[in-house]
Design a protein. Sequence first.
Lengths: 134, 313
Amino acid sequence: MPPIRSEVLELRATPDIVHVRQTVRARAAEMGFTLVDQTKLVTAASELARNAITYGGGGRVRIEALEEDTRRGLRLTFEDQGAGIANVEQALTDGYTTGNGLGLGLGGARRLVNEFSIHSRVGEGTRVTITRWM
Amino acid sequence: MARTPERRAQRPVRDARADARHARDAQHPIATVLAEHEAELLTEWLAGQRSTVRRPDLIRDSELNAQAAEFLATLRQAVMTGNVRDVQAPAYDGVRSVLGTLSRARSLQGFTPSETAMFVFSLKGPLYARLRRAVPGGPDQVIDTMAAAGHLLDQLGLYTVEVYQRSREEVIARQQEDMMELSTPVVKLWDGIVALPMIGTLDSARTQVVMETLLQRIVETGAEVAIIDITGVPTVDTLTAQHLLKTVTAARLMGADCIISGIRPQIAQTIVHLGVDLTDVTTKATLADALRLAFTRVGAANGVPLRQTPARA
């Protein structure tokens, strides 16, 4: 089913993360997500946006409002053209990081949403799609 | 560029073509038109602006008229020097000053960059119409003159965009400095107790400043308990959590206990899902709860019951 609303934000530098968080929060609030769900979605968006900038060298995020027969949701697709992830399972493991963070961002983001998928090819980039239903 | 006087001084050694070019430059058709038809140009230009780029919500007609008249007058003076190419030359100081003031004002008034540049570009229509009638000679001369006039106005239009952009950047830089100042108020709540009410995002360069300020204040006040209140932090993600944990560890190394307060229900649930381990950190839902706990710690350390804690601020 096609999204009822879609927009794309650029991810170039850390100030863009703030913009992504604010936009996602505004969309989630408009759709009527509870405060807890808004916060979960915004936090997951913050993690993935930062990953795209820190490890992917920048990219973009597509924000889509979905409406199906019985449910409504918000889907976020983060894409970068960075180095890619060689071992996705390892990257999803809590505590694993190639940088100097806590290593909880990717796995944490997965636990904060209903649907999570990641496609990555070394040398080509990474695409992470998350969906949270109301 | 003081081109005219220089050329005049060197006239005896210049060849005839240079002299002819100088004579043509000095009486460039643009200069002739501006000098002879300034009033008509102004009327036609303003009429054109009214039908295309006028923003009556942002600028009054009287102000627009004054700006247009001043720009035309300074442009005429600049073109009369014979220079119609280099708008960075001293001859154009007056023009640039008028456009600079105008662009800065418009960026603050809420005009778009295009609307600001159109102030200059909209002069092209009336000026070209006048030039077409005024230029003597064949098509070559007409085309040369039009090209020169187009180049001149393009340069000046781009200059307005540059100034517009620069003044926007100045505003942004100032706001960023303001935010840095705003963000780090470490307050002393009681003898031995300091509090840091954090506001906004905690994943920027600002966090470093916040952390240093807190540690500095712990040293200055000899505080035993530092309360970090995150009620004003909308999102706590893993990087924010990491910054908090580092701050708590650093404070502990300096002999102060940290209490994190202002953890709202939605933040608590999110932290759990993220998998961030805050079990080593004392946390409280509200600043009041944290203060009550701090009193018992400070009181216990001093051997003073809570009731008799001196009420010094």
